[in-house]
Design a protein around this ligand. Structure first.
Ligand code: ADP
Length: 160
């Protein structure tokens, strides 16, 4: 029987990627034929790290995962899914506020883009990890290393 490849897009800002993101992707690898970790670029949003730096980190982190690709897109996530033939979106749920936010978006994406969102609940160790916290630690001059995959090396001097 012919089987349509199961392709998932994992969209996010990854500003920067954390151990929480990595753990989620690793758990999703057995579920999909291919996962595209994609940075959604919003030209109006200000990021702490530029796109090239964030893409480089994603490439380094997932280098040894043959079914994981890295990409980026502008505009609608569902338009990107169509372009890369993805029929699934992958998202993580850390808490109830993630759920409230994600519920609306996933219903919208199913309606306008005919893509199904698959949610994985974060592992307890990582449920308090977020890129926002990491950025706040960096801006306040703290050490973000415990939150980051080893491939992500931040030069604090460059940020100042
Ligand atoms: P966005 O800018 O869309 O919020 P993020 O880069 O912050 O993108 O997050 C992308 C996805 O990763 C979201 O689905 C988010 O819930 C998930 N995620 C972030 N941190 C964690 C974590 N610690 N555990 C599980 N999922 C996470």
């Amino acid at each position: 029987m012919n089987h349509t490849p199961k392709i998932a897009v994992f969209p996010g800002s990854f500003d920067p990627i954390t151990k929480g993101h990595v753990e989620l992707v690793k758990r999703a690898v057995p579920l999909f034929d291919k996962i595209i970790v994609a940075i959604g670029v919003n030209t109006k949003k200000k990021y702490l790290f530029d796109l090239d730096q964030r893409l480089q980190w994603l490439n380094d982190v997932f280098e040894s995962e043959p079914s994981v690709e890295v990409d980026h897109y502008e505009k609608l996530t569902v338009a990107f899914c169509k372009k890369v033939n993805a029929n699934f979106l992958l998202r993580g749920l850390r808490n109830a506020s993630d759920f409230d936010y994600e519920k609306t978006i996933s219903q919208l994406n199913a309606m306008v883009g005919d893509v199904e969102t698959v949610f994985l609940i974060s592992e307890p160790t990582y449920s308090h990890f977020s890129s926002t916290i990491v950025r706040e630690i960096i801006i306040a001059g703290g050490d973000p290393t415990p939150f980051l995959p080893e491939e992500v090396k931040i030069n604090l001097k460059e940020i100042e």
